[in-house]
Design a protein around this ligand. Structure first.
Ligand SMILES: NC(=O)c1ccc[n+]([C@@H]2O[C@H](COP(=O)([O-])OP(=O)(O)OC[C@H]3O[C@@H](n4cnc5c(N)ncnc54)[C@H](O)[C@@H]3O)[C@@H](O)[C@H]2O)c1
Length: 324
């Protein structure tokens, strides 16, 4: 008889704190870059004009995770989340299903943990302004996790929807920080020491002309070959470009595909996050200047976060067990 643990989004919020998740995500990325995980490219399909991904991975020490995730930008108007997902976790030896968990919160947490890892390694060590480009669901997690590794003096907010900026400003105040709503991307970026792009844009919002080094850029949006969140100028000025997966970014984001194709960016110099953590980048990387972390999301993050959540939930008797 197979028993499966159901874990809700709010339970995941309590279990997967930055203190436990960032270290586990570092471990998973290291294993991924060493080739120690089983991670086929995700299957992407378009349904009713919206992006769907089926993401599967085996990360030793965590388990086999499979996530079905979609991105429905029009859900903003429906009062529904832009990203919805469900994650299932399996035992790698017996193949038995172990857990089913809410996937939107898990996605936001694991994405923020990877970004925070890049902040830990690459952001300027001195306090400074943070710029948030796209103030939706992900941005809250991105900021909260990044603040573990970067001291913000204020948080500038740029979003094309005024109501999103205003709601985010309240969130920032709740964190005890000063929010500043800006009316242009340049207004947010100029003088910022950390820029976090978490938008649904198709056109660049991280503009090289406004960047003033030292600044670290985290960019998690633009997940199709024809979309850009970062302009060519920013790519050209960057001292280092770190990505979650060289293969995935070359399949999925215009931010890397287009400058590599046009010869602006040399693929062999791009470092993976797992290589950065292991000190094995193709070209040595240190903070300072302009640095970029670009991610599209990799299934190892889901398997790792799900495996960790399952272990913690079992230990703390969190979740509801059902017999299949
Ligand atoms: N890399 C990853 O692993 C990963 C994981 C999850 C989500 N994402 C991506 O993160 C992005 C944000 O997701 P979300 O769940 O927060 O969506 P969301 O809809 O909650 O927030 C997106 C925000 O971006 C704003 N926006 C759109 N165009 C803009 C522009 N040109 N300038 C400024 N703001 C703009 C929207 O108004 C909205 O407030 C999506 O592109 C999603 O695909 C990436």
């Amino acid at each position: 008889m197979v028993k499966v643990l159901l874990i809700s989004g709010s339970e995941l919020e309590d279990l997967l704190t930055p203190e436990v998740l960032v270290g586990a995500i570092a471990d998973a990325f290291k294993k991924f870059s060493e080739g120690a995980t089983v991670t086929p490219s995700r299957t992407v399909m378009w349904v009713e004009g919206n992006w769907w991904g089926i993401m599967q991975s085996y990360v030793p020490g965590y388990g086999v995770g499979v996530k079905v995730v979609n991105v429905v930008p029009a859900n903003v108007e429906r009062g529904l989340p832009t990203i919805q997902a469900l994650v299932t976790l399996y035992d790698p030896v017996t193949g038995s299903p172990l857990a089913v968990m809410e996937g939107s919160v898990l996605t936001a947490l694991r994405t923020a943990a990877a970004s925070a890892l890049s902040v830990k390694y690459l952001a300027p060590s001195e306090a400074g302004p943070v710029a948030i480009m796209g103030a939706g669901y992900q941005a809250r997690y991105q900021l909260r996790f990044a603040l573990h590794y970067f001291e913000a003096t204020e948080v500038r907010i740029f979003d094309i929807r005024r109501e999103a900026s205003e709601a985010f400003a309240k969130y920032v105040e709740g964190l005890g920080l000063k929010p500043v709503i800006t009316s242009s991307p340049e207004g947010a970026i100029r003088g910022a020491r950390l820029v976090i792009e978490a938008s649904t844009t198709k056109e660049p919002v991280v503009l090289g002309g406004a960047l003033e080094p030292p600044v670290h850029i985290v960019s998690i949006g633009a997940h199709t070959p024809d979309s850009r969140a970062i302009d060519d100028d920013a790519i050209l000025k960057a001292k280092a470009v770190v990505v979650d997966s060289r293969k995935a970014v070359m399949e999925e984001t215009g931010d890397i595909i287009q400058p590599v194709k046009s010869g602006l960016l040399n693929l062999s110099e791009i470092c993976e996050l797992g290589e950065l953590v292991a000190g094995k980048c193709p070209k040595p990387i240190r903070g300072g200047g302009i640095t970029i972390y670009k991610s599209v999301g990799v299934a190892i993050q889901d398997a790792c976060a799900a495996g960790l959540a399952y272990k913690l939930a079992k230990g703390r008797r969190v979740g509801r067990e059902i017999e299949l």
